[in-house]
Every structure is written in C-alpha cells, then in structure tokens.
Design a protein around this ligand. Structure first.
Ligand SMILES: Cc1cc2nc3c(=O)[nH]c(=O)nc-3n(C[C@H](O)[C@H](O)[C@H](O)COP(=O)(O)OP(=O)(O)OC[C@H]3O[C@@H](n4cnc5c(N)ncnc54)[C@H](O)[C@@H]3O)c2cc1C
Length: 471
C-alpha cells in the first residue's frame, strides 16, 4: 500500500494527532533506553482503545506491514524498536494513552488495568486500596504493565513474590489478524484447557498486543526493615544470604548485591545520593524484610546484624531508621544503570547462574574479559537471591569506541558461554529482543526452537507482530 494511503487509513482509525508521522515527533520512539539500538518507521500510532488496536493490526496484517508494540520504551535489548529489515515496512503502536485503571476487587485481591498503566501508578493504587503489587524494578517510573507482562519482568522482589507471570490472572490481547482474545475473569481456579495467557507472557509482543490485564495483588506489608551491609567477597554475601533466609524465612523479600564500582559510580556521577557505608567496601548488599505483624520484633533484626558482624561475615552494616533512609538505600540501587550510562560505553549482560557458582562465575568472567579487552571497570549488581546478575564490562580508557563496540558479539558470547557452562541462562529477565537473537539460536535446544517457531507460525502466519525479534 502506498504510504500516503496508509497514513490516511491509519488517521481514519485514530484522530490525526494520534497518528504521528512527523520525523521530529517520531524520534523519541526510535531509540532503546541505552541509546545503542536505533530504528526507523514512518508511523507511530497512539490508540486509546482495544478496538482501535484491533483495526490498526488488522490493516497491517492484510497489507504485509509489521507491528511493533511499544510500552514505556525501557527495553534493554531492542525489543521495542522497529528495524524495517529487508525493507519491509514496520509501524509502532505505542500504548501510553491506554493508561486507565479499570477496577479493583479487594475481595479477590485483583485489579483490571489497561496495558499502558505505568508500574508506579499501579503500585500506588494498590496501596491506596490497602493492597500491594510486588513487581518493582528500577524503570518502574516509566515502564508499563503491558511491557512488564510481555517481558515477564523480574525485579527486586522475585525472591519472595516471583516474576511477573506469577502476578497475571488474565489478559485481553489483540491477535495478529485483529481478533480479540478476552480472558479477564480473574479466576484463581479455571482448568478449562490450555492456559493460553501464558503464551503471551514473556512473548515480547511477537504473538499479539496485550490491551488489558487482570493482575493479582498481595497483602500489604505493615512495615519494612531494610539493611545495607558490606562484605569482603561474594562468598561472604552468599553466607549472609543463607543466614538471612534462615532467620527471616519468607519475610525476606529482597537481597540485592552491588560491587564497589557501582557504588562509586553513583557517588561520582549522581552526587545527590546519600551513600551510608564507605563506598570502597568491596561489595554492598541491600537486605529487606517485610513485616506483616502489628508490632514487629525489631530486636531480631538488630541481633541478626550484630551476630553477622561478630562472626566476621559482614564488614559493616546499617539499618534504615526511617522510610526516608529506606528510600535512600533503594535510590542507590535503582540509580546504578543511570550511573553506568554516565561512566560511558559498556557491554551489558543479564545472566543467571546457580547461586553457589556465582563467585567463580564472576572471577572467571572478569579475568577472561581482561584477557580479551584489557583492564577497565566492571559493574556487577543485581538480584543475588535469584542467582541473577547484571554484569557490564566498560570500555577500556585507551580503546576507541567503535573498536570496543565491534567486539560486543565476542564479549557476549564469552560471558554467555561461561554462564551456560554452569547451567545458567544468558538472559535472566530482560528477554531477547533484537540484541540476543543470535544467542538464542546458538544456545537453545533444537526442539525448543522448533516448537517456538511452530507456535509463532500458528498464531502469526504472516509474521505481523514484532518481526525480527526473538528469531
Ligand atoms: C534502569 C532499568 C532497570 C531495569 N531493571 C529491570 C529489572 O530489574 N528486571 C527486569 O525484568 N527488567 C528490567 N528492566 C528492563 C525493562 O524495564 C523491563 O523489561 C520492562 O518490563 C519493559 O517495560 P516497557 O513498558 O518499557 O516495555 P518496552 O520496552 O516498551 O517493550 C518491551 C517489550 O514488550 C513488548 N510490549 C510492550 N508493550 C506491549 C503490549 N502491550 N503487548 C505486547 N507486547 C508489548 C515490546 O514489543 C517489547 O518486545 C530495566 C530497564 C531499565 C531501563
């Protein structure tokens, strides 16, 4: 279809101001969060209803046009960016205008939301209703629930509450032919055949565009106790993880590790952050315990901290004495990616390995990367309690940027091969997108790939939804 005719038909579906075609206005939709992956498209659509989404996708499907679903644009693997490979036209459907909270059921502890709801708005609305939505990640002020579901996002509370998949009771999704699959009943029990919503969770928009979701809420903790502690080595961090699991059992909701390079970068580039411990301590950990009793036993936390210091597991530690101090701890953790960006170019990884193998994984990977690229800062942080680390090798000072970036593929393969050699994963929570397509093909079992491609072909025979991602 000729572009002018396509724009006229798209404008007939939405108003003209929600069919964006001016290159200056389109720019912001064409770059991933790190600014490494850039795309192109002549059209960005901003629908406000499921029916509009359905009409747009139907029009694309019948005219051989690819559709890129886009939420808050915080993907770290280019999953949300159009590429127009092979000169096939791709358009973006950005869901930011579908941002209503539709209903909250305090008895069922559930909420029905439109796909474009920003994660913090959902968290806040749950609290206003005396409930809790446990999904929490550094991009929560920008990312949207549709993006969270489509990436099966993890975050800082997985240890106790699980990944996004655990919080989804139902979805409404527009399929590649424009038809609408509605499964928003929010039932806790419904064994009526295949649980189809599971296919769309973590599918990165390759099977359909999620327009609404029924999400599961949890009981709101009465209070939190947050500690920031420092340890000499990752082996000690694992000891502390074990002892805190034994002491706090299922009340332990977060256990986040940060290397001193991360803390120093936050200290240097984001000076409005208060760093409570000496930033040169080799490893820092945020431990968070959620309390559900009216009168929590704070002495238990204090004696835990004292015992761990006395047994030399910890170098130092501090307990947040107020909500402000707790927020200060989390502000540091949530700002690491931002600080990394200020530091300069880096090659980032999101791996998981069995917890017991994390110390050897880190040591081996740092050494091998130094052999390959020379010495430079390595930022290591993440969800130690889930065996998931974010691991970035930054550009050596003397190396030219293009030479460094040319080595991305070799660096990725090296890090991912080491992770896989310990029975780990090369993509723990960020997904595949366009960045890790080669790695998926290389590391995946043949039968898994055949099944995934068969599912894609069955649901999306014209390859309309998010083409050139995953495969
Ligand atoms: C600083 C920072 C920290 C992060 N921390 C974490 C973390 O701790 N854990 C974690 O898991 N991730 C993390 N991420 C990655 C990212 O924030 C998450 O993957 C998030 O869930 C993406 O949501 P989004 O709305 O921005 O989606 P986008 O980036 O817009 O899209 C992501 C993918 O979802 C698809 N998609 C979006 N909306 C829909 C829809 N309605 N229907 C179908 N497909 C759709 C897109 O096509 C794309 O494939 C982080 C990102 C940043 C920038």
């Amino acid at each position: 279809m000729h572009l002018e005719k396509l724009i006229a038909e798209m404008t007939a579906i939405t108003d003209a101001d929600r069919c964006i075609t001016h290159p200056d206005n389109i720019k912001t939709f064409l770059e991933d969060w790190r600014g490494n992956i850039k795309g192109e498209t002549p059209i960005v659509m901003l629908p406000i209803s499921t029916d509009e989404v359905s009409s747009i996708i139907k029009l694309c499907n019948t005219n051989n046009i690819g559709v890129i679903p886009q939420g808050g644009n915080t993907s770290l693997c280019g999953a949300n960016i159009p590429h127009s490979e092979n000169k096939r036209l791709e358009i973006v459907i950005n869901t930011s205008k579908m941002n209503k909270i539709i209903s909250t059921d305090i008895h069922n502890q559930s909420m029905i939301v439109e796909t474009g709801c920003i994660l913090t708005n959902i968290q806040d609305h749950a609290i206003e209703n005396g409930l809790f939505f446990p999904l929490s990640l550094s991009a929560e002020g920008s990312c949207q629930i549709g993006g969270n579901i489509s990436t099966n996002a993890g975050g800082v509370n997985v240890l106790s509450y699980g990944m996004t998949r655990e919080h989804v009771m139902g979805i409404e999704v527009v399929l590649p032919d424009g038809s609408i699959l509605n499964d928003l009943k929010g039932l806790r029990k419904d064994n009526t055949g295949y649980d189809l919503k599971q296919l769309f969770i973590g599918a990165e928009g390759t099977l359909g565009l999620i327009t609404k979701a029924c999400i599961k809420l949890s009981t709101l903790p009465k209070s939190y106790c947050s500690l920031m502690v420092a340890v000499k080595t990752v082996d000690y961090a694992i000891k502390v993880l074990k002892s805190s699991k034994n002491t706090f059992t299922d009340r332990l909701t977060a256990f986040e590790i940060m290397s001193s390079s991360c803390i120093k970068a936050v200290e240097k580039y984001l000076p409005n952050h208060r760093i409570p411990l000496d930033s040169s301590n080799p490893w820092h950990i945020i431990i968070e315990v959620s309390m559900h009793d009216n009168h929590p036993d704070n002495n238990q936390i204090l004696s835990y901290l004292e015992e761990e210091v006395q047994s030399n597991n910890l170098i130092d530690g501090v307990i947040a004495s107020s909500e402000t101090e707790r927020n200060d701890f989390w502000k540091i953790r949530h700002s690491i990616s931002e600080a990394e960006k200020h530091h300069g170019k880096g090659i980032a990884h999101d791996i998981s390995v069995p917890i017991k193998d994390i110390p050897i994984f880190i040591k081996k990977t740092i050494n091998k990367l130094e052999d390959l690229l020379g010495p430079s800062n390595v930022f290591v942080f993440g969800h130690l309690g889930d065996g998931n680390l974010h691991f970035t090798k930054s550009k050596p000072k003397t190396m030219e940027e293009d030479i460094f970036l040319e080595k991305s593929h070799a660096v990725n393969r090296l890090v991912h091969t080491i992770a896989e050699s310990y029975g780990g994963s090369f993509s723990a929570e960020h997904g595949i997108g366009s960045k890790l397509k080669d790695e998926l093909e290389f590391f995946s079992d043949e039968i898994k790939m055949t099944l995934m491609k068969a599912i894609k072909k069955t649901i999306d025979p014209n390859n309309t939804m998010n083409p050139n991602k995953l495969f």
